[in-house]
Design a binder for this molecule. Structure first.
Ligand code: UD1
Length: 334
C-alpha cells in the first residue's frame, strides 16, 4: 500500500479525501495541527474506514515532524497538501498569518520532501486565481488575474513556487466551490465561529443557530441579479484527488507541473441555491437581499473538460445531493 501524506487531513476537503484514498487502496497518513477542525473528525473517519486512521498532530511549518512521520511509517510516496488557511476576509486583516501558514508552510514541506526524496505532490489551489474572468467558463488556459486578497495571493504564490521546482512532480487542482458532506453524515464542514461561506451559513441559519441569511448583492449583471458559482460536492472533489494521484504515481504526467480545474462545469446563482435547498430538503430558508460583498466576483464556473479527458474524472453528484448532504450533516451535527 502506498503511503500518502495528507496535510490538513482532518479539515473539510482533507477528511473526505482521506476516505476516498482509503477506498482506492492507498494508505493515508494525516498531519493536522487542529487549528481549524476538531479531533472528533478522527472518530467519523474511523467509522467510515473501519480502522483508526494514521494521525500525527503537528504543524506543516515544523520541519522535524516530517522526519518523525517517516521514521514511523516508512517512505512517503506522495503528499496531498491541504493544510492552509482559507478565510478571505481574515487574510485581509492578518496577511502575515496567511503568508506564514500558506506560503512558508508550503516551503517547509517542500524542503522536507526534497530531503526525504518525496517527489510527488497534489496541491490545493483555487479558482480564486482567475479573479474576475473576462469570459466564462474558465479553462486552465484562462489567464490568471491579480488576486483580490492575501489568501488569493498565497494560492498564486504556491502555484509559482511549485512550478519553479522542476524536481517535483505536481498536480495542481483548482477547486471551484466545494460544498456538501459525506452522505453518511459522519464527516462534514466544521466552520469555527460565524461562517462566511454560503452553505455553512445557510444550514446553520435554517437550523435556527443564526439569523436569516443575507444574499450579498441582488443587482449583479446575471439573470436573477445574484452571483454565480460552480458548486461541487466535496465527495466528487475528494475523488478527483484519487484520479490525480493515479496519474502522478502511474508516471503519466507529461509535464512536471500540471493544472486541472475541478468543478462541475455549470454555474448556479445564490437564489438558485436557496430554491434548490428548499426543493432538496423541504426546508425554506429565510433570507433578505443585502449589499454586495467587497471582493466577490460576479460569475465563475469551470470548463472541466481537461480533468475529464486527461484524468478521466468528472463530477457525478447533483446540486440537490450536495444540499441534501449538507443539511443531513448539519442536522446530525447540531
Ligand atoms: C470564497 C473565496 C474562494 C475560497 C472559498 C472557500 C472569494 C472571492 N472567494 O469563495 O477563493 O476558495 O471562499 O473559502 O472570497 N453569499 C451570500 N451570503 C452569504 C455567504 C455567501 O450571498 O452569507 C454568496 C457570495 O456572495 C457568493 C456565493 O454566496 O456569491 C458563494 O460565496 P462563498 O461560499 O463565500 O464562496 P466564494 O466567495 O465563491
Amino acid at each position: 500500500m502506498k503511503n500518502i501524506l495528507v496535510t490538513g487531513g482532518l479539515g473539510f476537503i482533507g477528511s473526505h479525501t482521506v476516505v476516498s484514498l482509503h477506498e482506492a487502496g492507498y494508505n493515508p497518513i494525516i498531519l493536522d495541527n487542529l487549528s481549524n477542525t476538531r479531533i472528533d473528525v478522527l472518530g467519523g473517519l474511523e467509522k467510515l474506514m473501519g480502522k483508526k486512521p494514521v494521525f500525527f498532530q503537528g504543524d506543516v511549518n515544523d520541519a522535524a515532524v516530517y522526519d518523525q512521520i517517516v521514521s514511523q511509517t516508512g517512505p512517503i510516496h506522495a503528499v496531498i497538501h491541504f493544510a492552509a488557511f482559507k478565510a478571505v476576509g481574515e487574510s485581509v486583516e492578518q496577511p502575515l498569518k496567511y503568508y506564514h501558514n500558506n506560503v512558508q508552510g508550503l516551503i517547509t514541506l517542500m524542503l522536507a520532501m526534497e530531503r526525504l526524496s518525496v517527489k510527488n505532490m497534489v496541491f490545493s489551489s483555487s479558482c480564486t486565481v482567475y479573479g474576475e474572468p473576462d469570459q466564462v467558463p474558465v479553462s486552465e488556459e484562462t489567464p490568471t488575474k491579480p488576486a483580490a486578497s492575501p489568501y488569493g495571493v498565497t494560492k498564486q504564490m504556491g502555484e509559482t513556487i511549485l512550478k519553479d521546482c522542476t524536481w517535483l512532480q505536481t498536480q495542481c487542482l483548482r477547486y471551484f466551490n466545494p460544498i456538501g458532506a459525506h452522505p453518511s453524515g459522519l464527516i462534514g464542514e466544521l466552520p469555527l465561529g460565524v461562517p462566511s461561506n454560503l452553505i455553512p451559513y445557510l444550514t446553520q441559519s435554517v437550523a435556527g443557530l443564526r439569523p436569516p441569511l443575507t444574499v450579498h448583492g441582488g443587482d449583479y449583471p446575471t439573470p436573477d441579479g445574484t452571483c454565480i458559482r460552480d458548486y461541487i460536492h466535496v465527495c466528487d472533489l475528494a475523488d478527483a484527488h484519487v484520479a490525480s494521484l493515479n496519474r502522478l504515481l502511474g508516471n503519466k504526467q507529461q509535464d512536471h507541473f500540471e493544472v486541472f480545474n475541478i468543478g462541475t462545469g455549470t454555474g448556479q446563482s445564490v437564489l438558485e441555491v436557496l430554491h434548490g435547498f428548499e426543493a432538496a430538503t423541504g426546508e425554506k430558508p429565510s433570507y433578505q437581499v443585502g449589499p454586495r460583498r467587497p471582493g466577490d466576483v460576479v460569475a465563475v464556473w469551470a470548463d472541466a473538460g481537461k480533468a475529464s479527458s486527461v484524468l478521466g474524472w468528472q463530477a457525478r453528484r447533483s446540486l440537490s445531493e450536495m444540499l441534501r448532504d449538507a443539511w443531513n450533516w448539519q442536522r446530525k451535527h447540531s
